[in-house]
Design a binder for this molecule. Structure first.
Ligand code: HEM
Length: 432
């Protein structure tokens, strides 16, 4: 944890912003949280957050700093459960119960050398070459989603009926899971990432914010239960899917422990759909607010890859990850001490005025676009090419069929400090 006595008061983030940064509800107010980050980028790009109930941490808001930290995993580790923001009480609860409910052992909680060993198990399947063969089946799912949208007439909740379902179906088919599991997976994913959102969590909606954690450990346990049967089935009868690949993968000639297999499943399932769905919905919302850009895209589909990058920059659905300093390090004339905790803010880095011209303007054809929404360095998103492919195909089908789109109500975001999901987005549309 960052040691306050060594730090001047001028390096401490103002209390009202510190409160926002750790508050799941504050991220649902997208404009207000961006105002706070903008102030910090200007006045205190690397500041210490001291919020009641949380260990202090450095808040990293600049694009260059996020890259500098992310590319040095031996100096800034992911450090197991401390890779995500969690309150002191959530950490205490985890430490007390970890024998019963272990924390997820996914890539994002691991450090070298284990991280690269586990990343290699599925890496090839997620490279551009590895996913090339999926295009046809993904397109069929995109067409199905647009058909479902069309079937609703001229209005729908785009988040609920399109954006949340399509990426989940892609991930389920990649994993080799049946369509019947869709509703359960949607519910569990939302519970894991949004334990403080009353619409998305069954257990902890009334929890005090200082009790907040990024993940719902109870939902993780439910996932575990479900996956133990799947692991057994895939080991007994291997099939041609990611679930089989991981269940039958060997490290040092041994199968992985069941919890490690289940953790990889959970990470791929959860990381793989809420994020993509939020970027897609956020992109459609931005296009609805800028009809000239909608028309530009409809008339020139070669611009779609640029649109996809801008959607990820604009929405930055992955809100933060944490790192722990493994040794003293100087950044922006500030000494970060060994053991200090740091928060990487992707939405802030993606609005950095030093990198992006007019960062608060959605430019569907923005080029170049060095957005950092998929992270950077050895932990860079495993599914980045898949996410891009899904969104490209979706927009190709969308612009082929949809002639206009208009927002008819408020875009509602989840209360989460982890993934910013768009949970409601009422629209009116016309189709060809
Ligand atoms: C728009 C969609 C997506 C966004 C914005 C996103 C964002 C991110 C970010 C910011 C990280 C952390 C990177 C870092 O620490 O430097 C990450 C890691 C990860 N993502 Fe994604 N992601 C998306 C889609 C996906 C998909 C479709 C999958 C499915 C396989 C996926 C699986 C993962 C995994 C397994 C990791 C951990 C990688 C590691 O620690 O080595 N993500 N993602």
């Amino acid at each position: 944890m960052a040691s306050k006595h060594l730090i001047s008061d001028s390096a401490v983030v103002p209390a009202h912003i510190a409160k926002q940064v750790v508050s799941p509800a504050a991220y649902a107010d997208w404009d207000a949280i961006h105002e706070a980050f903008t102030e910090l980028r200007k006045t205190l790009p690397l500041g210490l957050v001291e919020a009641p109930g949380f260990d202090p941490f450095w808040l990293v808001t600049k694009h260059a700093d996020l890259m500098e930290i992310s590319r040095q995993p031996l100096i800034f580790s992911n450090n197991d459960h401390r890779c995500a923001l969690l309150s002191q009480s959530a950490e205490r609860q985890y430490l007390e119960t970890r024998d019963e409910v272990p924390f997820i052992r996914a890539l994002v909680t691991m450090d070298a050398p284990e991280h690269s060993v586990y990343r290699r198990l599925t890496f090839k399947n997620f490279t551009p070459k590895g996913i090339r063969g999926l295009e046809e089946s993904i397109r069929a799912l995109a067409v199905e989603s647009i058909d479902e949208m069309a079937a609703q007439g001229s209005s729908c909740d785009f988040a609920e009926s399109v954006a949340l379902r399509y990426p989940l179906r892609v991930i389920l088919s990649l994993m080799g899971l049946p369509r019947e599991d869709e509703d359960m997976m949607l519910r569990l994913t939302q519970e894991v990432f949004n334990p403080q959102d009353p619409d998305m969590s069954k257990t902890r909606s009334d929890v005090d914010e200082s009790e907040a954690s990024s993940y719902d450990l109870g939902a993780l346990a439910e996932f575990n239960q479900f996956f133990s049967d799947l692991i057994k089935a895939r080991r007994a009868n291997p099939t041609d899917d990611i679930a089989s690949l991981i269940a039958n993968a060997r490290v040092d000639d041994k199968l992985l422990p069941d919890w490690d297999v289940a953790s990889q499943y959970i990470a791929i399932l959860t990381a793989g759909h809420d994020t993509t769905s939020s970027s897609t919905a956020g992109g459609v919302a931005a296009l609805a607010a800028a009809p000239d850009q909608f028309t530009m895209m409809k008339n020139d589909r070669s611009l779609i890859p640029a649109l996809v990058e801008e959607c990820v920059r604009w929405t930055s659905p992955l809100l933060s990850f944490m790192r722990t300093a493994e040794r003293d390090y100087t950044l922006r004339d500030q000494t970060i001490r060994k053991g200090d905790w740091l928060m990487l803010s992707y939405p802030s880095a993606n609005r950095d005025e030093d990198v992006f011209e007019e960062p608060f303007v959605f430019k569907a054809n923005r080029t170049p676009n060095p957005q950092i929404g998929f992270g950077y360095g050895p932990h860079i998103c495993l599914g980045q090419h898949l996410g891009r492919l899904e969104m490209r195909i979706f927009f190709e089908e969308f612009f082929r069929r949809v002639n206009s789109v208009e927002l008819t109500g408020h875009v509602e975001r989840s209360r989460s400090i982890n993934v910013s999901a768009i949970k409601r987005m009422p629209i009116k549309f016309t189709m060809s």
